[in-house]
Design a protein around this ligand. Structure first.
Ligand code: 4AZ
Length: 251
């Protein structure tokens, strides 16, 4: 996250950190005790992904430190990458994947002060243009350096109209109705490399809903180059089909 603030898992308790071996690769969001939603492009496609190399940590404030009181650690028992996600098209449509998590006793996540689910928005719900939401991640924190943040960060971003995003900032081949765009105040704050897969959550009636998955963007925090997110409310059916969740879950 470029700009914004240092965050804590207490304020982003749905935040998941995804690792391949010992290396941090992507963010994710806990949507049920057993399932984390993330970006498809976090995983190699083509060959069969080896799920035994991945792990997920919930309740993590700092990437290089472990806090056994706050954290819950899991292996991945299933990885579902969207069938129509295709790297080779150089278009990130359907950038969505699900991880089923399981601890060493075969259990899923337990709700605590630092671990909690985010809700899925109702099918095809759209928020008004200009609505402020928040994003969080452990990714790059400065333009110009490739270092990832040691600590979880968060920032506020404002939703942009799809048409303006397609016509003014990007083009129709790049941005489609399965994506949403958002920019930070004065284009100075944004998601960046390493934040992919993480949450864009919006508060509606005091409930935090996962409206977006951090997906891509040209550069980070550059004027007229908004962050692009997977539009989660287009995927309720896909999510329920793979997790067995009801299509609309609030609370
Ligand atoms: C990335 O590479 C990435 N500025 C994610 C988000 C943005 C740019 C790049 C948005 O994971």
């Amino acid at each position: 996250i470029i700009g914004g603030l240092r965050s804590t898992v207490e304020s982003q308790p749905w935040m998941a950190a995804i690792f391949k071996g010992d290396g941090f690769i992507c963010g994710g969001t806990l949507i049920t005790p057993c399932w984390v939603l993330t970006a498809a492009h976090c995983f190699p496609t083509g060959k069969r992904t080896q799920i035994n190399r991945y792990s997920v940590v919930l309740g993590k404030n700092a990437i290089n430190e472990t806090d056994p009181v706050k954290e819950q650690k899991f292996t991945v028992s299933r990885l579902v990458i969207h069938e129509d996600f295709d790297y080779s098209t150089e278009n990130y449509t359907h950038d969505i994947a699900l991880l089923k998590i399981e601890d060493c006793n075969g259990q899923c996540a337990v709700k605590t002060k630092t671990v909690r689910t985010a809700c899925l928005p109702p099918f095809q719900q759209m928020l008004p243009v200009g609505f402020y939401c928040e994003i969080a991640g452990y990714g790059r924190y400065q333009k110009g350096t490739f270092k990832f943040s040691r600590y979880l960060k968060q920032t506020e971003v404002k939703l942009i109209s799809q048409k303006v995003c397609q016509r003014t900032y990007y083009n129709k081949d790049e941005v489609n109705e399965n994506m949403l765009c958002a920019n930070g105040r004065d284009w100075k704050t944004d998601a960046c490399q390493g934040d992919s897969g993480g949450p864009l959550v919006c508060e509606v009636n005091n409930i935090m809903f996962l409206f977006g998955i951090i997906s891509w963007g040209k550069e980070c925090a550059e004027k007229n180059q908004p962050g692009v997110y997977t539009q989660v409310s287009n995927y309720n059916q896909w999510i329920s089909q793979h997790t067995g969740l009801p299509r609309y879950t609030a609370g």
